[in-house]
Design a protein around this ligand. Structure first.
Ligand code: NAP
Length: 306
């Protein structure tokens, strides 16, 4: 029987169990719940085609209680690897055979590589974010005072990257203050250097409230939304427009809308803003490089999602 050429838009665990491959074969994918809206297949398939790598990348709707079995199946089916998205990035950790240092510190993984039947976890969100900021605003994290909104998986990857690149200042604002405080505490050793910034602390967690935002915005250069606020069209901006000053740059990790509520608020305030598409691109390019040990065709991937 001739194999199908076209990918189904979404595969499930039962597809993995009775696998009918396509041509070129599926050897990569993204696990999520929900996963329908993931842009990774179009980006990675464009890269695979451009590099003449004879395989395809699929969307796989995997429920939380199916993750272990799905991992066993991709070992057997000789996948090269998968991306993980909500809600698997944290839960996957205990099912992996090995993780890199980044994953251990962040407590979340977004890239799995299958090597001789073993699953190895990586996290490319932080480096993807760093490259995105450089591209969007022509500035390096080391020269910035940064405020990160959130303390979940994406926020932890971004905060660690800021710390590793020795950013000038890092402020963490989170709904649950204790989680933000814990994140700040875990990065304390990166900020013990001699940089002097006057009366404001180099590393600090703040409560999620307007007065705290207002004070900090006067003392930061970059505000990053790493919460899901803005995923729904009816969401407000996590920081109201009247609190945003024109000098700040705003990076919203959400990429489903070109103008997220936060980006709109920033632009209204006369500030510069970018959405998360560039981070998606760069974390995906870094994943491609982990899987294939070769440079990713960045412009091909960019075009596929723009
Ligand atoms: P997560 O682990 O669930 O963390 C969500 C964080 O947002 C938590 O710190 C949570 O605070 C906070 N939060 C949620 N609702 C809030 C509200 N109403 N008010 C204040 N804080 C709130 O999620 P994640 O995986 O880090 O993802 C976060 C965002 O990053 C998502 O929108 C995702 O699309 C985006 N992302 C983008 C990329 C990209 O490539 N562009 C990559 C990864 C993630 P509590 O601790 O108080 O619950």
């Amino acid at each position: 029987m001739k194999k199908r050429k076209t990918l189904k838009s979404v595969y499930t665990l039962s597809d993995l169990k009775s696998w009918h491959d396509v041509e070129p074969p599926i050897r990569l994918g993204v696990f999520g719940d929900p996963v329908e809206h993931s842009l990774s297949p179009q980006m990675q398939n464009a890269a695979l085609k451009h590099c003449k790598i004879g395989m395809q990348y699929a969307r796989l709707h995997i429920l939380p209680n199916e993750l272990r079995e799905a991992f066993d199946l991709i070992r057997k089916l000789e996948f090269v690897g998968v991306n993980l998205t909500i809600p698997h990035k944290i839960a996957a950790l205990e099912l992996l055979d090995a993780t890199d240092d980044n994953v251990k510190r962040i407590g979340a993984t977004n890239v799995i590589k299958v090597e001789s039947g073993k699953l190895r976890g990586f996290n490319t969100d932080g480096r993807g974010f760093s490259r995105a900021v450089r591209e969007e605003f022509s500035v390096d994290l080391r020269d910035l005072r940064v405020m990160v909104l959130g303390a979940g998986g994406a926020a932890r990857a971004i905060a660690l990257q800021c710390a590793k690149e020795n950013c000038e200042r890092l402020v963490i604002a989170n709904g649950t203050f204790e989680k933000g405080q814990q994140l700040a505490d875990s990065l304390r050793n990166f900020f013990e250097g001699p940089r002097v910034l006057g009366p404001v602390a180099r590393l600090q967690a703040i409560p999620w409230d307007e007065r705290a935002f207002q004070f900090q915005i006067a003392n930061v250069d970059l505000v990053v939304n790493a919460t899901p606020i803005g995923l729904n069209r009816s969401d407000p901006s996590p920081i109201p427009s009247r609190l945003i000053a024109p000098h700040v740059m705003v990076y919203d990790t959400i990429y489903s809308e070109k103008r997220t509520p936060l980006a709109s608020a920033a632009i209204e305030a006369g500030a510069r803003a970018a959405n998360g598409l560039s981070m998606l691109l760069h974390q995906g390019a870094l994943a491609f490089e982990i899987w294939f040990q070769r440079e990713a065709p960045l412009e091909v991937m960019r075009k596929a999602i723009s």
